[in-house]
Design a protein around this ligand. Structure first.
Ligand code: AP5
Ligand code: MG
Length: 189
């Protein structure tokens, strides 16, 4: 499998760009944020359990997201590969992901979209997707990202798997930069 982690802070453009990359590279999109929002919308027990945490800007527990990802991987082992979006978000999750992919193909690369905080806040306040897109909660999300998620980039850098891409520019410009990275990664397989 060609498994790629699309990484970056809240509002970096991971979801927007993943949708464009899927078709071109024949990969499956796995967004833990989208899946958690779907649980909330369905009114399931799990949704009710995670709602308040998500609305506060904090991370949902590793156990909950790991379970979601494990079942998605197990159900899609015949696919060409995954674009992981919003996962792994802690080093604990990164270790678990390696276990879940054991036997089907490791994470080949992390593509890190870098965008400064002011641009992130501006994009997310304008988007206003839900209660977590207010400036106050966006700042909480950025704090959670800096404290708990950034170490995941080191985890992949140590393995020589980190590709950095400038995430500022038009969607087309960013897409071109990402495609360069994805081409390089898929050529190396
Ligand atoms: P999640 O849904 O993953 O949110 P996020 O990563 O914090 O941020 P976004 O999805 O908002 O940003 P994005 O990078 O996808 O940007 P987008 O393309 O939307 O997570 C939400 C919550 O779920 C977390 O806070 C946590 O509670 C929980 N959660 C999820 N995964 C978890 C995990 N693994 N562990 C624990 N908890 C987890 O773009 C943003 C906006 O910018 C859009 O309006 C877009 O149109 C615009 N835009 C995009 N690109 C550009 C551009 N180039 N120029 C101008 N505007 C642009
Ligand atoms: Mg997203």
């Amino acid at each position: 499998m060609l498994n790629i982690v699309l990484f970056g802070p809240p509002g970096a453009g991971k979801g927007t760009q993943a949708k464009k990359l899927l078709e071109k590279y024949g990969l499956r999109h796995l967004s833990t944020g989208d899946m958690l929002r779907a649980e909330i919308a369905s009114g399931s027990d799990l949704g009710n359990q995670v709602k308040a945490v998500m609305e506060s800007g904090a991370l949902v527990s590793d156990d909950i997201v790991n379970q979601i990802v494990e079942s998605q991987i197990n159900a899609n082992k015949d696919e060409k590969g995954f674009i992981f979006d919003g996962y792994p978000r802690t080093t604990q999750q990164a270790g678990k992901l390696d276990e879940f992919l054991d036997g089907v193909g490791p994470v080949r690369a992390m593509v890190y979209m870098h965008v400064p905080d002011e641009v992130l806040i501006d994009r997310l306040v304008k988007r206003a997707r839900g209660k977590d897109d207010t400036e106050e909660v966006i700042r909480e999300r950025i704090i959670a990202y800096n404290e708990e998620t950034l170490p995941v980039a080191d985890f992949y850098e140590k393995q020589g798997k980190l590709f950095k891409v400038n995430g500022v520019g038009t969607m087309e410009e960013v897409n071109e930069r990402l495609c360069e990275a994805f081409d390089q990664i898929s050529a190396a397989v």
